[in-house]
Design a protein around this ligand. Structure first.
Ligand code: ADP
Ligand code: ZN
Ligand code: ZN
Length: 745
């Protein structure tokens, strides 16, 4: 028997003697609940059950058995129904889930529900279902495609179905229209049938010739392959400048893992799961790849989960929640852009998928490869401590060249709508040479506020401690925090004056300015507003690379991942805010952003220039970054963190409270702070108002816990959280806990 079998056997044994079943229920309480079993047998740990809870029936998860209970006989209820005969998760993943609940001190029932695909959360069986597919009728088989030349859509669809039956769920992905389906059905050429999905065994065959590695890539691949051959839990950090060919390194080490018949999980930031990314993996290997993206239906997601669990998928590609995908035979996890903030879940169960990946690899004994042009300070500290191994790619692969950095001191310059004369002159030069220019401005909308020139009235959100943004295109004021919207007023809300002015340049306004300053060139704005329609972003990116636009302007969306060979000038217009942020991670984020935006320039044969406009060119962070690069910046930032006893050299937890009434929110945290007072090895800071002190009508406060020893922090929380759950102050305010908080807003 393997160890897994033994654990399974123990699970089955224990339930025959126990009188009570311990069930984790998805509610915000850090405890399990006892129930009477329906019948004695078949209650595996990790199986789902339906139980009465309050006035509801909910899906819970069996986590243990016991011979005694604290619950009185009248109050004790019985399990209503047993949903699974087997544990829902493989044993290794089960252990990760238990560990996560302990580490993040989050209610186990909520952790388990979070980790399960929605279909399973709702009680569906973890089983393959029939799917609908389109296939040819006898008439369709003999129908000649030329008969449909008047209807190109129908012709394309018929050609596709003639090649092989087509899953109905794949229609959209292949850009085939439902109208064409209906037309061909009406003509009796195709029909819809129900089929069970079938999976063939896969082998790791290549679908395209890999690149010839350059020397640095070859060293990296060889080093990681040697480590992988040992088949133990090692973590590698691939630090490679933008365009250095990290993806090629991933692909080549993946090949070795796939050849062993093992699966690879690839995690990318939310913004990075683009069709291009997916295509790079699909093009390289002739193996089943599943993509866990937000557009999947509940059933499609369940299907992917099952394929991964049963080993039918060789490569699983997803964002942070993919970390909870069961894998029959995992060999490697790759986390691209490991520094990206989207790996941290920011509400509910606040886990960090990167950190969980490393824990998971330890539990299941396989390797993790982290990659970034700008590694997080946490990962760099782990390298220095000898826990991770570092490989570096310092040069661009292919034709890319290093960029030239230029600081523009805004203090000595006349500005035109946020653009310095130096920048305008440079833009003219690059544009007239036939190149593209990219402007980065992380503020969507037209302006960040509307102000009355006569009385000073400001367009504040009524429900948030924040200004409403002016959106000229939709003629609205919008709150970016709570989503509130109203019509753009013509008159001041205070004095009725019509002299309203705007403050704070946004991307809409920048787009307008471009038409004004550079009428001979076409500008394209890329931000959340301009790319709402599905596929719009891809369309724009294609148009940009076809040369239809010369000026690209936009937010974060432009900063990450995309390849713009004709862009030679990149400018960051306004990032000074980060220099004065109260968030200790702001400098790190700014440095990462700078390098990322800069990485959009000079990706091809042409040399790139990066312009940073700032009022503070003398700022040490900026100087270090521009003159000595990210690595040196990171070293000095780590020194500062060490001296200030900040993470990664200390552990933090953040207790947040919010309520309709500011006093109630603060009082709850005050009560918690009172109880924590005695603890000498954990410093308690606050309560204090959150940076966004009010959001959607609720007042927000924070209490920061800080310890030099992570163990002390966890011990104290473990001891006090059950008390916190029953504080009388908790009736008027809601609270949450964030371990290793990334965001203090
Ligand atoms: P990164 O992920 O580090 O930003 P990419 O993997 O996207 O870099 O590589 C940048 C470009 O260089 C891509 O177009 C890629 O195809 C190309 N490339 C990567 N490795 C090589 C190589 N060894 N030889 C030639 N071209 C390469
Ligand atoms: Zn608001
Ligand atoms: Zn006014």
């Amino acid at each position: 028997m393997t160890t897994a079998d033994q654990t399974q056997q123990q699970r089955l044994d224990s339930e025959n003697t126990a009188a009570y079943v311990q069930v984790a229920v998805p509610v915000p309480m850090r405890r399990v609940f006892d129930y009477l079993p329906v019948r004695k047998a078949e209650l595996a740990i990790g199986a789902r059950v339906k139980v009465p809870f309050g006035h509801r029936r909910v899906i819970g998860y069996v986590v243990g058995h016991s011979t005694t209970t604290q619950v009185s006989a009248e109050q004790l209820k019985a399990i209503t129904a047993v949903t699974d005969a087997q544990p829902l998760w493989p044993d290794s993943l089960w252990r990760l889930l238990l560990w996560s609940a302990t580490y993040y001190q989050h209610p186990l029932g909520e952790v388990l529900a979070h980790a399960a695909p929605i279909a399973l959360r709702q009680g569906q069986a973890p089983a393959y279902q029939q799917t609908k597919q389109l296939e040819l009728t006898p008439a369709g088989e003999i129908c000649d495609l030329t008969e449909l030349k008047g209807a190109p859509q129908q012709q394309r669809l018929l050609a596709r179905v003639k090649r092989e039956p087509l899953a109905v769920s794949a229609l959209a992905a292949e850009d085939l229209r439902p109208a064409a389906v209906k037309a061909l059905k009406d003509k009796g050429l195709i029909r819809e049938t129900q089929v069970m999905p079938e999976f063939a065994a896969w082998t790791a065959s290549l679908a395209e010739e890999p690149h010839q590695l350059n020397p640095q890539q070859a060293v990296a691949v060889a080093a990681i392959n040697t480590g992988l051959a040992e088949q133990n839990a090692q973590t590698w950090l691939v630090e490679g400048v933008t365009g250095s060919g990290k993806t090629e390194v991933y692909l080549q080490i993946m090949h070795k893992v796939l050849l062993r018949g093992q699966q690879v999980l690839v995690m990318v930031p939310e913004i990075g799961l683009t069709p291009q990314t997916v295509q790079r993996f699909r093009n390289r290997f002739d193996v089943p790849v599943i993509v866990l993206h937000s557009g999947l239906s509940d059933n499609e997601r369940l299907l992917g989960w099952l394929q991964a669990r049963d080993g039918h998928a060789a490569i699983v590609l997803g964002t942070r929640s993919a970390i909870f995908t069961p894998l029959a035979n995992p060999g490697l996890i790759i986390i691209d852009e490991e520094h990206d903030a989207s790996f941290k879940q920011q509400d509910g169960f606040r886990y960090n998928a990167r950190d969980l990946a490393i824990k998971r690899a330890h539990l299941e004994n396989f390797a993790v490869v982290l990659g970034s042009a700008t590694p997080s300070l946490e990962s760099l500290a782990n390298v220095r401590a000898g826990r991770y191994q570092l490989v570096q790619l310092a040069n661009r692969a292919g034709q890319g060249q290093p960029v030239k950095n230029l600081l523009v001191d805004l203090k000595q310059q006349r500005l035109q709508q946020g653009l310095s004369e130096t920048l305008i002159a440079l833009m003219t030069k690059h544009l007239s040479a036939g190149n593209q220019v990219l402007l980065f401005l992380n503020r969507r909308g037209y302006a960040s506020a509307l102000i009355c020139h006569e009385c000073g009235w400001v367009s504040e959100c009524q429900r948030c401690h924040a200004n409403m943004t002016v959106h000229q295109q939709t003629h609205t004021l919008q709150c970016h925090h709570c989503g509130a919207q109203r019509r753009l007023p013509r008159q001041c809300g205070g004095c009725g004056s019509t002299q309203l002015i705007t403050r704070g340049l946004g991307t809409e306004q920048l787009e307008e300015t471009m038409q004004h300053l550079f009428p001979d060139y076409k500008a394209i704005r890329i931000d959340r507003d301009s790319t709402r329609r599905k596929g719009q972003l891809e369309d724009y990116l294609t148009a940009v690379n076809r040369g239809e636009y010369q000026i690209l302007l936009g937010t974060q969306m432009l900063a990450k991942g995309h390849h713009f060979p004709e862009v030679t000038l990149v400018a960051l217009l306004d990032v000074d805010g980060a220099l004065y942020s109260s968030d200790f991670r702001a400098p790190e984020r700014l440095a990462q952003l700078y390098i990322q935006v800069a990485g959009r320039a000079g990706r091809a044969a042409k040399k790139g220039t990066v312009v940073l406009q700032t009022h503070h060119p003398e700022h040490p962070l900026i100087q270090e970054l521009i003159n000595n690069g990210y690595q040196n910046f990171a070293l000095s930032a780590l020194e500062e963190r060490a001296q200030a006893m900040l993470p990664p050299y200390a552990a933090m937890a953040l207790l947040r409270a919010e309520a309709d009434d500011a006093v109630a929110a603060e009082a709850l945290l005050m009560a918690m702070a009172d109880r924590l007072q005695q603890q000498t090895d954990v410093a308690v800071i606050g309560p204090m108002p959150a940076i966004l002190a009010r959001r959607a009508g609720r007042y927000r406060f924070q209490l920061l816990l800080h310890a030099t020893e992570r163990k002390a922090l966890h011990r104290v929380l473990h001891q006090f959280l059950p008390q916190f759950e029953t504080l009388p102050e908790g009736r008027k305010a809601r609270w949450s806990l964030d371990i290793d908080p990334q965001d203090f807003s």
